[in-house]
Write a protein that binds this ligand. Structure first.
Ligand SMILES: Nc1ncnc2c1ncn2[C@@H]1O[C@H](COP(=O)(O)OP(=O)(O)O)[C@@H](O)[C@H]1O
Ligand SMILES: [Mg+2]
Length: 322
């Protein structure tokens, strides 16, 4: 890692593995100034949110969420990140249909569009609405002030193009815990928080995973997808190991083609390779999914007997039973 003397700005390359403490002290060879070096990303145990004065101030403010009865605030919230570094594997589709299914099971749900493409916000008809970026750069208001109630009886924290600026905050202190810390005051008002992530392992996925109890890894039953699962699993293992954050992971097979022999073979291989980690529910390929998205509707509302719609309902039941 590169460290910079905060007096004369001389830069040094140091081996981060030699840092024994969370914060170490070093003397600059050039100007003699003594400065602090922090262990880098993922070497840290979870920092205490209360150490950030911004969060202390915001946490003291009463939480008010759009269209919600705020007297009911003792729910044991589960946060689930829907992820995979691969695009087009039905992450956004899963988020929308799973949230709808959980609402049908009388659960109070928040979905967070944490993808700069803002596809989930688009499907929910929230274009250019205020996003996590706006909430994080607001010195006064908290995340709750940016959450909107959708017509589908769940809540949404939308995304917009400004979200891309969050990548620039990677050097700020505790950036990897931004979502977790901002989410903390609103969690008691929800049973489930679902986070839709972009197809990458950067700021967004890392923040989402560090805020989550579970990762639902969406994948197709295709040969190259097995490698993608290994990739995200190692990221989750690293998080477990280095940040002492306990997160379980489950694999969701999506767009399964039951008439395709290769899909069936790969599914059997996946079951063997990731024993016990696959959701029992499989989401099959179903034309009702893309059709429902054209009219901005969850699949089970577009066609209540659609195969994928019913399977998303089964997935919600399986998650409830975990
Ligand atoms: N079960 C399914 N059957 C058929 N098409 C699907 C299914 N699930 C998703 N799709 C389609 O696949 C495409 C990618 O889905 P999306 O949810 O946007 O993926 P991601 O968020 O991972 O990029 C979309 O066009 C969507 O309509
Ligand atoms: Mg998506």
């Amino acid at each position: 890692m590169i460290v910079t003397c905060d007096e004369c700005a001389t830069r040094y390359r140091i081996d981060e593995h030699l840092l024994e403490k969370r914060v170490s002290r070093a003397r600059c060879c050039r100007c003699g100034h003594v400065f602090s070096i922090r262990q880098p990303l993922l070497s840290l145990p979870a920092p205490d949110a209360a150490s950030n004065p911004d969060f202390v101030r915001k946490a003291q403010k009463p939480v008010i969420i759009d269209g919600m009865d705020m007297s009911d605030s003792a729910r044991s919230c589960k946060v689930i990140t829907i992820c995979n570094q691969k695009g087009g594997v039905a992450k956004t589709t899963t988020c929308l249909n799973l949230a709808t299914s959980l609402v049908l099971m009388k659960k109070r749900v928040l979905v967070i569009d944490f993808d700069i493409q803002a596809n989930l916000s688009l499907l929910l008809n929230y274009r250019d609405a205020r996003s996590f970026f706006d909430a994080s750069s607001d010195p006064e208001n908290s995340l709750a002030d940016y959450i909107v109630k959708t017509g589908l009886y769940f809540w949404l924290l939308p995304s917009n193009t400004k979200m891309t600026l969050l990548n620039k905050q990677q050097n700020s202190e505790n950036f990897q815990y931004m979502l977790r810390d901002m989410l903390a005051p609103v969690k008691p008002y929800f049973d489930y928080v679902l986070i839709d992530t972009p197809p990458s392992g950067d700021f967004f996925t890392l923040n989402a995973l560090l805020a989550s109890d579970m990762a639902a890894i969406c994948t197709q039953a295709e040969f190259l997808s097995m490698n993608g699962i290994n990739h995200i699993q190692s990221m989750i293992n690293l998080i477990r190991e280095k940040s002492q954050h306990d997160i379980r992971s489950h694999i969701l097979v999506t767009m399964f083609d039951r008439d395709n022999m290769a899909s069936k073979v790969i599914y059997t291989k996946m079951n063997r390779a990731f024993t016990g980690s696959l959701f029992q529910t499989i989401i099959e390929k179903d034309d009702n999914v893309p059709q429902s998205q054209i009219v901005l509707s969850p699949t089970m509302y577009y066609n209540k007997s659609s195969r994928a719609g019913l399977q998303y309902f089964s997935l919600a039941k399986e998650i409830l039973a975990l």
